[in-house]
Design a protein around this ligand. Structure first.
Ligand code: 8NA
Ligand code: MG
Ligand code: MG
Ligand code: MG
Length: 347
């Protein structure tokens, strides 16, 4: 129904904001067992009703997500030139949000070429191989929401929205995996315990198409890096570990870096681990971002992606209001989620 969708749209975009704002202070850190306790205490403190502190600023992840949402709200048909212009305008207004270096040089080229071909600058990066960073995936949530019941269009729009900055198949497929995970969560009923193994199976099935199409080398070996990561997710969910051992295993197999392949499956895993451990929707959201931040590395982006997935599953009412209140522009994000839902009624 409309009310459930509204809650899930808000939960998803707020989840993305919270992961970014709350994860950003730890970006690039290597975490010890002690640090994980620090993160738990930090989140507990922020959840206290009366606790006061300066707001937690968002970074490039949210800046770009906001542009993606705005493009969908303002233009009835997908308009990638308009989206590229929004990215560039936003970057030059606030360049200090922690953008990746490749992205900055793509923005400079786009502006120099007056947006003549919005996919060309990105395709020329890294000697023509294109960026495989997680910057496409980190901003894709609004597309997954807007087209959640139009799968083929979603895939097409995700691909093109990503290619404005990230043309490497690993960058694009990371955005596709993230959007598919969000879309699945939107379709999932809220009340029932998530079957995490069925969830991974659905992702495995859907990713097959993209990785197979990308296979163009002649060694006869079909490389399916995202599907391999998802099989690892499946194994990690089945095995019981000592906490420290598990942590090392996650970092070794899934990763925590700015590379999409080493962060999008990690975000999916954080969400599924939280779901496997408890049916309590409030704990699922909180634990998802706590796990993501606790891994260290690209904490803002992994927590943002994991938060978007978890938020789309649990809905706004299962995000702690005090965590929300500490994040920059949370009211604008709620309004954006509502406008996105309203805009899609017209397509
Ligand atoms: P991006 O496209 O600039 O990629 C990020 C970096 O990944 C690049 O600057 C390169 O160093 C490297 N890279 C990407 N593709 C290739 C390639 N084909 N060959 C060699 N190196 C490559 O940025 P993005 O939009 O993907 O963003 C990724 C992350 O950067 C996000 O976490 C975002 O928040 C930002 N960021 C990361 C850090 C950090 O150190 N963890 C700090 C600030 C900002
Ligand atoms: Mg960031
Ligand atoms: Mg091969
Ligand atoms: Mg980041």
């Amino acid at each position: 129904s409309y009310d459930i969708l509204k809650s899930k749209f808000r939960g998803c975009l707020l989840g993305s904001l919270l992961g970014d704002c709350l994860g950003a202070p730890f970006e690039g850190d290597n975490m010890t067992t002690g640090d994980k306790l620090v993160i738990k205490n930090y989140l507990d403190k922020l959840e206290e009703p009366g606790f006061k502190c300066p707001f937690k600023p968002y970074t490039d992840d949210t800046a770009m997500t906001r542009s993606v949402a705005k493009a969908l709200i303002d233009k009835p048909e997908p308009d990638f030139k308009f989206l590229a212009k929004l990215f560039v305008k936003e970057y030059f207004l606030e360049p200090n949000r922690g953008y990746g270096q490749n992205v900055v040089s793509v923005f400079q080229k786009l502006r120099q070429n007056k947006f003549e071909d919005v996919f060309k600058p990105a395709s020329e990066q890294f000697n023509g191989s294109g960026s495989l960073g997680n910057g496409g995936a980190m901003r894709i949530a609004p597309v997954a929401l807007y087209y959640f019941d139009k799968y083929n269009i979603m895939i097409d729009v995700v691909t093109n929205a990503t290619k404005i900055t990230h043309t490497n198949p690993l960058g694009v497929n990371g955005a596709l995996l993230q959007s598919i995970a969000i879309q699945e969560c939107l379709l999932e009923p809220q009340g029932e315990k998530l079957n995490v193994h069925n969830f991974v199976k659905k992702l495995l099935d859907k990713m097959k198409v993209f990785e197979y199409e990308d296979e163009d080398d002649l060694d006869g070996v079909i490389e399916e890096p995202y599907r391999e990561k998802l099989l690892t997710v499946q194994n990690l969910l089945l095995r019981t570990y000592d906490q420290d051992e598990l942590y090392d295993e996650i970092l070794e197999t899934l990763g925590n870096s700015i590379v999409a392949l080493n962060s999008v499956p990690t975000a999916v895993y954080c969400f599924l681990k939280a779901c496997a451990e408890t049916p309590d929707l409030r704990n699922i959201f909180r634990n998802t971002i706590e796990y993501a931040i606790g891994l260290g590395g690209d904490t803002d982006t992994i927590a943002s992606m994991a938060g978007a997935i978890a938020g789309a599953y649990v809905g706004e009412e299962n995000l702690n209001v005090n965590l929300v209140r500490h994040c920059e522009k949370h009211n604008e994000i709620i309004e954006m989620a509502d406008n996105l839902l309203a805009a899609r009624q017209e397509i």
